[in-house]
Design a protein around this ligand. Sequence first.
Ligand code: R2B
Ligand code: URA
Length: 311
Amino acid sequence: MSTEANNNEKSKKEGHGAVILHNPNVKEADADVLYHFALNTESHNFKDMFGDVKFVCVGGSPRRMGHFANFIMKELHYQLPAGQALTNIAKATDRYALYKIGPVLAASHGMGIPSVSIMLHEIIKLLFHAGAKDVLFFRIGTCGGLGLEAGTVVVTEQPVDGLLRPQMDMQILGKVVTREAKLDPDLCEELVSCASIHDTFNTIKGKTMCTMDFYEGQARLDGAICEYTEEEKAEFLQKCYNNGIRNIEMESLCFAAMCHQANIKGAVACVTLLDRLKEDQIDVSEKTLKSWDERPAHLVARLIKNRLNIA
Ligand code: R2B
Ligand code: URA
């Protein structure tokens, strides 16, 4: 085992379920600013506000995460303190939305790796400052499916990049830094087991390709630029399918790599909006989209309720 891997293992054992911050600068600083959430350790008491967080659920759109916050509040039969309404804690900024519903934190992350990366840096710091322990992370989102009926939920076994590698390459100080993109296999199984025979949709496990772009990065023919043929597109998507890839989205790689580094167990569940082996354009009614959007949230809600022994 390398020295870095050894140190990681050691700090995980010492951490006892605590979030690990690989940054002495922040640990030693008197104060810390979470700029994109409009939070500051000097003006907010993180331990009081977030010390009891056990589940962090993230998804792309601020509006969807607002709906999720209301949904999970009903599912958990959670009562807000008298006179309080469910509000966006980060309302002083319009970068991300943040809601707290008892032990559940719900945040939006925008689209793509740069956006989810900023959000996760700040959420991981938030949990570290709060002293939160044994926190599980879930990404609930949308994706393109491969060889699946639209509306199917895919729980990610392994995210891969656009070169089909299970790693996230970053450019740091003029060098390529490679990080393992690992999700928790037991949490993945647990989430899949939350699917019910009464569901009106299928839930499957599969590899997820995480790309840097929605159009060319996902082999679409309908972007503003396209320099490959329909045959080349079909050949590549078939190769992805043959490699066990069942869906394509834009955040899972970073989500997995950052959770793994921070000693956080993470899982990803996304609903497919179309079958990319058949089409490129998402042409679904608003009503259908809304009901499909809720499918990953239902699985995660069941898992959270099981964990909290809520019937
Ligand atoms: C799924 O949907 C978004 C693109 O439409 C992107 O954030 C993703 O991963
Ligand atoms: N999100 C993606 O990233 N790709 C799709 O095809 C659909 C949703």
